[in-house]
Design a protein around this ligand. Structure first.
Ligand code: ZN
Length: 380
């Protein structure tokens, strides 16, 4: 997206510069510094920060920073939430798979930033439920838990975290042998679930501090690692000791339906199973990379929370999961009207531990050699 020529730089893009903050700046903190011509965006105005001597351009604030061709983000967004895979998208848009992945990477950071800002305005007035949603990455030898935190009444998707598990259940002798072979190369962390829920607990503690509910009930199934993980987080264990958070767990085998305390997470499980191509049962579109899967989930979460109607049978009601959770939808709709235009900066966002993991691609993909590639423009 090409930004307007009348554009005024809102701040210096260098994270360590004193002018790197949003809000009012002193007059003349930058000066114009010529322009450069690009094949894709035409003439691009350059600026020079008088405080740190770094130069930047209008493109530094665009989601298309460093991009070399224009791709319709809305097309990707529309298809991605309707069970379309990366290769399908590449064929439909007649671009390479790499270009599709790159645009999804950018859209995911925009969606994460928007979710993060919306979270700052939220005052939780409902109980919460969390659970591990099971899927697998690469092959069935690497199942995972996507730990999700959902609002009991609004079904607002508050947070997620990820952990890879060791394959369990009935296996043939050959499968057991192959699993032990894989274990030598890549054995998932035994405490993975506990660590993941502990990161999620940080988000729960943060939400609880801004909640009007006292006490706030936290529902989960009776997984043995959950109580340990919640107490492992210092902030949440303090809130539990003060009686401001009460953890209730029930058997996951209870009959599904609205009467089940886990209804909201079961509802979210169903949504993911039908809308995310990687989670469709018996699919061949298995996610190959954990970080790319989490990027796609960030975009889906943004759609689920703020764009999709609360119930698809009443699309004109104007009610979304976000409006029920108490988000200021006037402000949010303003933001959504300009979606996928501006580049978000991690340094200006209050990212939680799990969100930092997604933004900076800190989650490991099983059997992947080397670290995850993180473009320079995503580090700021
Ligand atoms: Zn500067």
């Amino acid at each position: 997206m090409l930004l307007s020529y009348q554009f005024v730089p809102p701040f210096c893009p260098q994270p360590d510069c004193p002018m790197h903050y949003e809000g009012r700046h002193p007059a003349k903190w930058y000066r114009k510094d010529g322009h450069h011509d690009t094949a894709c965006f035409g003439s691009v105005q350059r600026y020079l920060c008088k405080h740190c001597d770094h130069s930047f351009s209008t493109q530094s604030f665009s989601l298309d920073y460093y991009a070399k061709r224009l791709v319709d983000y809305e097309q990707i967004f529309r298809q991605l939430r309707s069970t379309v895979g990366i290769r399908d998208l590449a064929r439909n848009l007649e671009i390479s798979r790499g270009s599709v992945q790159n645009r999804i990477f950018r859209m995911a950071r925009w969606s994460l930033a928007q979710h993060c800002l919306a979270g700052e305005t939220l005052h939780v007035n409902e109980d919460l439920a969390f659970d591990g949603f099971e899927g697998y990455t690469r092959s069935k030898y690497f199942p995972h838990h996507l730990n999700i935190l959902i609002g009991m009444q609004s079904q607002f998707f508050y947070a997620m975290d990820f952990t890879t598990l060791r394959r369990k259940g009935t296996m043939s002798a050959a499968q057991r042998l192959y699993r032990s072979f894989l274990d030598q190369r890549c054995r998932p962390d035994r405490k993975g679930v506990e660590k993941s829920i502990c990161r999620l607990a940080e988000k729960i503690a943060c939400l609880c501090r801004r909640s009007s509910k006292d006490p706030l009930y936290l529902y989960s199934d009776d997984h043995q690692a959950y109580p340990r993980a919640l107490y492992r987080n210092h902030n949440l264990s303090t809130l539990i000791a003060e009686g401001r958070v009460v953890h209730l767990h029930s058997k996951s085998t209870k009959e599904p339906g609205r009467g089940n305390s886990m209804f909201s997470v079961n509802y979210m499980d169903r949504q993911l199973r039908k809308d995310m191509v990687n989670y469709v049962r018996k699919t061949v579109n298995v996610a190959k990379n954990v970080c790319c899967l989490l990027d796609r989930l960030c975009i889906y979460r943004m759609h689920h929370n703020f764009i999709k109607p609360y119930r698809e049978n009443s699309p004109k009601s104007g009610i979304t999961h976000g409006s029920l959770a108490g988000c200021d939808m006037g402000w949010m709709n303003n933001l959504l009207a300009r979606r996928f235009v501006h580049r978000p900066f991690a340094s200006l966002l209050p990212l939680e531990a799990g969100e930092r993991g997604i933004w900076f691609r800190l989650f490991n993909t099983p059997m992947k050699c080397g670290g995850e590639y993180l473009p320079k423009y995503a580090r700021g």
